[in-house]
Design a protein around this ligand. Structure first.
Ligand SMILES: Cc1cc2nc3c(=O)[nH]c(=O)nc-3n(C[C@H](O)[C@H](O)[C@H](O)COP(=O)(O)O)c2cc1C
Length: 411
């Protein structure tokens, strides 16, 4: 895959060498195009060393232009990624201005364009930037992030560039759609994140799920060409591009939204950490602290996974089991009891599993299992989707696709 990586003049440009490495680890050829401002933040020497290609920056460089013109570069790209993308470059792309090599390529390419904005949170929330973002999205440009968190300026808010690995995993999926993906034409419904069960207007029951694993799985399925519906509980993650995202809060809302979507699904992956018990009835007014003790009566929340697996025309159904002990025993009994096709078992607690960027899991099915040692959630998600696709096609027999030869598995 050929990626033109545009680097613009934001402080997050210091992450660009790492991003180049992550893209190349995924087999991409990376041609860097820097703006003049980017050169203030990161050296062309470092970027040339990690990309293995001479850096392009000047539209008027006669030698470089003779070797590969800006139009040839625009045609060479399978994806144009701008990371970090400044507020300024977003404005230039919106206006169609092309005063430099990068924006000229953006105008001249037919490849998908993805921008990973990075800026101070006030710059990001400025109405001008938000209007530019909306126009770019309307034109089909993918906006990756930004994430929310602490910023280089010492403040906190939305405007951090997404982590290089997340950007690389997303972008390496964008050029699929040419009939090359393992799940081309398939519909995959993924649930992610926790649910929140209200106790009163200001309190709720929830859990520590961050949604990172489910979001990574949704991105990996989209990268394999699937039509993805991501049904997400409340999380602090940007909506991934290239899929339908339905935000819900309670287990009942997640149940209803899942069942609205499930008839079209070939594969259902339940990565959400749905709360097991909710208050029998949420109080209309804030509960006062009048007594020394208090108790809340709880009732079981609907079991979304079991309800989908029990449908007459159930999709290929994959559950998740997060356990603190006897992980494999509990997971296998859940697989059998709920009549799932596969289950992904992971140990949680002691700083494992929840709200981390890496994870280790075992995947179990009727007569087998496969271990996946600790790795970045984006990489784990890609491997899980390949395994799920393999078992899905095996289960569907005549529907099996010849693309299975590219899948790695050990059973
Ligand atoms: C120290 C410093 C840090 C900056 N960081 C950012 C940033 O993170 N995001 C941003 O949008 N602009 C940032 N700017 C402003 C851009 O560098 C400026 O708008 C520039 O014209 C962008 O040009 P370019 O988009 O062609 O790279 C920064 C400027 C300075 C001096």
């Amino acid at each position: 895959m050929n990626i033109v990586l545009g680097i613009t003049g934001g402080i997050a440009a210091y992450k660009a060498p790492d991003l180049v490495r992550r893209l190349r680890e995924r087999g991409a050829e990376v041609q860097i195009v820097m703006t003049a401002s980017a050169e203030e933040f990161v050296t062309a020497t470092a970027l040339q060393a990690v990309s293995g290609r001479a850096i392009r920056s000047n539209l008027w460089d006669k030698e470089a232009e003779a070797a590969m013109s800006h139009i040839e570069l625009a045609r060479w790209a399978d994806v144009v990624l701008v990371a970090p993308a400044t507020a300024e470059v977003m404005a230039r792309i919106v206006s169609g201005a092309a005063p430099d090599l990068l924006t000229t390529i953006c105008l001249a390419t037919e490849a998908p364009i993805a921008l990973a904005p990075a800026m101070n949170h006030v710059m990001w929330s400025n109405p001008a930037t938000q209007a530019n973002k909306a126009v770019l999205e309307e034109r089909g440009i993918h906006i990756l992030g930004p994430a929310t968190g602490s910023q280089a300026c010492g403040e906190t808010g939305a405007g951090r560039m997404l982590e290089p690995d997340t950007i690389a995993a997303t972008v390496c999926g964008l050029s699929v759609g040419k009939g090359e993906g393992l799940l081309e034409g398939r519909t995959v419904v993924v649930t992610a994140g926790p649910t929140r069960e209200p106790i009163d207007p200001v309190r709720y029951i929830t859990n520590r799920s961050s949604g990172k694993m489910g979001y990574a799985i949704a991105r990996a399925a989209a990268a394999q060409g699937a039509n993805v519906v991501l049904i997400s509980g409340p999380v602090n993650l940007p909506a991934p591009p290239g899929m339908q995202v339905r935000m819900v809060r309670t287990a009942q809302e997640m149940f209803d939204t899942t069942h609205d979507q499930i008839a079209a699904a070939d594969i259902f992956i339940a990565a959400a950490a749905v709360v097991d018990y909710r208050p029998t009835s949420a109080k209309q007014q804030k509960i006062k602290k009048d007594n020394e003790t208090a108790s809340i009566e709880l009732v079981r929340c609907p079991d979304i996974l079991a309800s989908v697996a029990a449908l007459d025309a159930a999709p290929f159904t994959v559950g998740f089991a997060a356990e603190t002990e006897k992980v494999e025993d509990y997971a296998r009994s859940k697989l059998e009891k709920k009549k799932l096709d596969m289950i992904v078992a992971n140990q949680v607690g002691d700083d494992r599993g929840f709200d981390r960027d890496d994870n280790a899991v075992s995947v179990l099915w009727k007569n087998g299992k496969q271990e996946f040692p600790t790795r970045a959630k984006a990489d784990l998600a890609r491997d899980l989707i390949e395994l799920v696709a393999k078992h899905f096609y095996a289960a569907r027999g005549a529907d099996a696709q010849p693309k299975l030869t590219v899948i790695s598995g050990n059973d």
